[in-house]
Design a protein around this ligand. Structure first.
Ligand SMILES: Nc1ncnc2c1ncn2[C@@H]1O[C@H](COP(=O)(O)OP(=O)(O)O)[C@@H](O)[C@H]1O
Ligand SMILES: [Mg+2]
Length: 261
């Protein structure tokens, strides 16, 4: 088949480029320098997956890097209709993933876990996709998931011209934002049956259309044995942020009781 042949050719090309790159050393120009995307953090399998996303029409091209953390890198891409999308690529090399295992192992939705970092990382991307899907189905204002392929999550782009919308920490906030943040935590628990587990001023966009929650890789099913503990932590963390900004907030314990009763 033609697509197989293309895939094989591409793989050969990547192999060759990687070899050339290895021989030349890091400083010299190789094919990776021609593109903004083909940087050092992406391994061959990830690059293959990116090309698959392009061949299958999920995305057309990648415009650049938006941000990078220890465990993932976010890219700005464009789909065949010219619409902006974001790619969250989980880094296969991230050693920090081991410490994330408990968020997977004890979630009843992910009971069969194969060993190996790549597997864990791919599962993590799928978990975030599934969490986002659960949110959207439940009517929660979250980023819309578009596609997931191995360690690559394709999501709706929130922002303009490749610039992400501002998060709560980057904006002026008021009483309404506090209410809306607590409302999101409540809806997550009651409607989507999820606890974010990393809810903070860094993981909520403040847009013209209100707050939008994201970064749901850590989110667990409410049946997870630590779900209540994570919920308590989420409420405390976000309350602390609003207090720091001079707002009066409800007692976090009361909020916890109200949500879980
Ligand atoms: N869908 C998106 N649209 C626009 N920007 C995004 C999107 N998702 C993430 N970002 C940008 O990337 C940053 C990190 O994303 P996040 O999902 O929180 O990853 P991490 O796990 O590294 O915290 C965000 O603060 C935001 O600036
Ligand atoms: Mg984050």
């Amino acid at each position: 088949m033609l697509s197989d042949e293309l895939g094989k050719k591409l793989e050969e090309r990547i192999d060759r480029d990687l070899l050339v790159k290895e021989r030349r050393g890091r400083s010299e120009k190789g094919v990776f320098d021609k593109s903004k995307v083909m940087d050092d953090v992406l391994d061959k399998t990830t690059i293959m997956s990116l090309s698959k996303l392009i061949n299958s029409g999920i995305i057309s091209y990648i415009n650049g890097v938006i941000g990078s953390g220890k465990e993932s890198k976010i890219y700005w891409a464009v789909d065949p209709d010219g619409k902006n999308v974001a790619l969250k690529i989980y880094l296969v090399t991230a050693s920090t993933f081991k410490k994330r295992a408990p968020y997977l192992v004890d979630d009843p939705r992910f009971s069969h876990i194969k060993k190996g970092t790549r597997n864990l990382v791919e599962l993590w991307a799928q978990k975030e996709f599934r969490n986002l899907t659960q949110c959207i189905k439940s009517g929660i204002p979250s980023i819309k998931p578009i596609h997931v392929l191995k360690n690559i999550l394709v999501i709706e782009f929130v922002g303009k011209n490749g610039v992400p919308a501002k998060t709560l920490v980057e904006t002026e906030i008021d009483e309404n934002d506090y209410q809306d943040a607590i409302s999101i935590i409540t809806q997550l628990y009651k409607k989507a049956k999820l606890v974010h587990a990393d809810f903070s001023e860094y993981n909520v966009f403040k847009t013209e259309n209100g707050l939008i929650v994201f970064d749901l890789g850590s989110a667990v099913d409410i049946r997870h044995k630590n779900a209540r503990e994570f919920l308590e932590r989420d409420i405390k963390n976000i309350s602390r942020f609003f207090v720091k900004r001079g707002l009066t907030v409800e007692n976090p314990s009361d909020v916890f009781v109200r949500i879980t009763k």
